[in-house]
Design a protein around this ligand. Structure first.
Ligand SMILES: Cc1ncc(COP(=O)(O)O)c(C=O)c1O
Length: 256
């Protein structure tokens, strides 16, 4: 979960010949928050070159690093121009702006043609607004603030998990982004937790939402750490912790 996709497993899948394209989030993925290091990004490009497959890189979280410098995009290692790089301001400014971009490499002319068929015009005003914000330095200033705020919120959320959740809880330690992934013991039902928590006004994303088969990760769930810390968030974390403990205790009694 720390450094993203397993390359040996990806190679096994590529060997079947059934994979037409690879799509992944390179930096601070959703829901695991994993980030591939440069060496792995380069190995991934080498692998795709060998199997002659394109990669769609979604780098929507890349700017939200907590320390050091911005992680590189896989596109930076794209020696054969096969990476379709995509990003947007949805996670840094507002998803409602609907402003994003794509550097499509060798596929760029096809993407442009397809876009002109599907959606000829994109609203100008939001694009000009973002362009002005970028040009006058406002975006950089905003990002510096955002990184500090998201890092702080992530740490507080992790502290709350340690304080309120069952001792058996495992969680990720993302170095950027705004999602925290939690794993409970086998047999835990995160859909039940989701339903019970929703009844008390608290929303989580149950693990099954992220399972390609629709069956996996039943004992896991994702928390969104983008919400500014407050007494309400603290109370919500206490509610989740209590519900999780109650469920684990019931499971334990049932097994006895
Ligand atoms: C992995 C990932 N990519 C992209 C987006 C945002 O997409 P868009 O830029 O179309 O708003 C999200 C947000 O939900 C996301 O989690």
């Amino acid at each position: 979960p720390r450094d993203g996709i397993s390359l040996p497993h990806l190679e096994e899948a590529l060997q079947t010949g059934e994979v037409k394209v690879v799509l992944l989030v390179s930096n601070f993925s959703n829901p695991l928050g994993s980030c591939m290091d440069d060496a792995k990004k380069k190995r991934l490009v080498d692998l795709l070159n060998r199997y002659n497959r394109p990669l769609i890189e979604d780098d929507v979280y890349g700017e939200i690093y907590f320390a050091g410098h911005r992680p590189k995009a896989i596109k930076a290692f794209d020696s054969e121009n096969r990476v379709l790089y995509c990003a947007s301001v949805s996670k840094t400014l507002s998803p409602g702006l609907r402003v994003g971009w794509c550097a499509g490499g060798r596929y760029h002319p096809d993407i442009a043609r397809m876009k002109s068929i599907l959606n000829q015009n994109t609203a100008m005003a939001p694009q000009l607004t973002v362009a002005a914000f970028l040009a006058n330095g406002g975006y950089d200033r905003h990002l510096r603030h955002l990184r500090r705020a998201y890092c702080d919120q992530m740490l507080r959320m992790q502290q709350a998990v340690r304080a309120y959740f069952p001792a058996e809880t495992c969680m990720t330690r993302p170095t950027g982004g705004h999602v925290l992934w939690l794993e409970m013991p086998e047999g835990f039902d995160s859909i039940r937790l989701y339903q019970e928590a929703l009844g008390q006004g608290v929303a989580i994303a149950p693990g099954v939402m992220f399972s390609a088969s629709g069956q996996g990760y039943g004992n896991c769930f994702r928390l969104n750490t983008a919400v500014p810390w407050s007494d309400t968030v603290d109370a919500a974390m206490q509610t989740l912790g209590k519900l999780a403990k109650k469920q684990l205790a019931e499971n334990f009694l049932r097994e006895e």
